[in-house]
Design a protein around this ligand. Structure first.
Ligand code: FES
Ligand SMILES: [Fe+2]
Length: 342
């Protein structure tokens, strides 16, 4: 099946703490994937379709020795995904599960749903701050019933904070401050420097700052599915090293059709033992994400019911989002020319 999703790229498939010795199913770029851990704790992801009659393997079970059994007619697969037993007959059918390249690092499991030959771990961005003892973070995943591109564009155009998140992270300064955009290969980065501005409520509370403050937003999009935002906030005039640092990671992972897994991690490098602050920030992060989910799902309906594609109007602050859209379109066209499908 030719998917409308880019598959030759790393996507956040799961957080490490989500996957254990039970079978976990997640759709990724229209492919059903079954995640589990082997007895030595290495994580495995196989296509969640039994080669016999396509029953979901995630409805089967995992033996203590790491053998995966399909619970429809009993095909059994070893740790390498090779069929090693069928109840019906002594001779083995030729059947091997499709296994996906995975990288587990910094508490995240990255999956490459496309051509395994192209999977290159060096393409993954630095996420060491997720496990750096000088940082603390919260993470999770939020379901989104909207197409992946809408989430990409949402994050590449943070001007929307002014209008969609006015009680937490947005205020007039965001929309009023232009961004610088740089494109390096497929990677798109933007930068917004806000100086001498009123502190939005979230930063006032979580940094203990009063206005005026300086606020930096540096976003990086690693197509197809990774976005990292580097945030710094400081009392105006003090700049670094007095600034408060935060980072937000988004794993934007296409699911089935126009559904997307919205993975998030919010990290900070100050007051890292303050659990009350962690709880406050986590609540705020989820509240902000819910505002985005509501907006993107409303937008999804409008895109889905306008297949003719009425012409969109664009402004300067769309630049990073338009570059991101172009990078994804280029990757998809490249894959489809090469008939990369699954
Ligand atoms: S469908 Fe899995 S064994 Fe038949
Ligand atoms: Fe938002």
């Amino acid at each position: 099946m030719l998917s409308s999703h880019v598959r030759n790229g790393w996507y956040l498939g799961a957080w490490s703490d989500e996957i254990g010795r039970t079978l976990t199913r997640r759709w990724i770029t229209d492919i059903p994937v079954c995640f589990y851990r082997l007895p030595d704790a290495t994580v495995t992801a196989v296509e969640d379709r039994c080669p016999h009659r396509k029953y979901p393997l995630s409805l089967g079970h995992l033996d203590d020795d790491g053998t995966l059994q399909c619970d429809y007619h009993g095909y059994r697969f070893d740790a390498g995904g090779v069929c090693v037993g069928v109840a019906e007959q002594a001779d083995l059918p030729k059947a091997t599960l499709r296994r996906f390249p995975l990288v587990e690092k910094d508490g995240a499991i990255w999956i490459w749903p496309g051509d395994p030959e192209l999977a290159d771990a060096s393409l993954l961005p630095d996420t060491s701050w997720l496990t750096d003892p000088d940082w603390t973070h919260v993470h999770g995943v939020v379901p989104l019933k909207a197409r992946h591109l809408l989430l990409v564009e949402n994050l590449l155009d943070l001007t929307h904070e002014t209008f969609l998140h006015p009680t937490s992270i947005g205020n007039a300064a965001v929309a009023a401050t232009p961004i610088d955009v740089t494109v390096d290969g497929d990677r798109v980065a933007f930068s917004r420097r806000m100086t001498g501005i009123e502190a939005p409520p979230f930063y006032e509370k979580s940094c203990g700052l009063t206005s005026p403050v300086d606020r930096w937003q540096d976003g990086e999009f690693y197509p197809p599915g990774i976005f990292i935002l580097h945030i710094r906030v400081a009392a105006t005039g003090t700049e670094e090293p007095e600034g408060f640092h935060m980072k937000v990671l988004y794993g934007m992972t296409p699911g089935l059709g126009n559904e997307t897994h919205d993975f998030y991690a919010l990290a900070r490098d100050y007051l890292i033992d303050d659990e009350e602050l962690t709880e406050f920030q986590h609540k705020q992060q989820l509240a902000v994400m819910q505002e985005d989910v509501d907006a993107l799902e409303a937008q999804e309906l409008m895109y889905a019911t306008d297949p003719g594609g009425t012409v969109e109007s664009s402004i300067r602050s769309d630049l990073a989002a338009l570059r991101g859209r172009r990078a994804l379109a280029k990757m998809l066209a490249h894959e489809q020319r090469g008939n990369v499908s699954a």
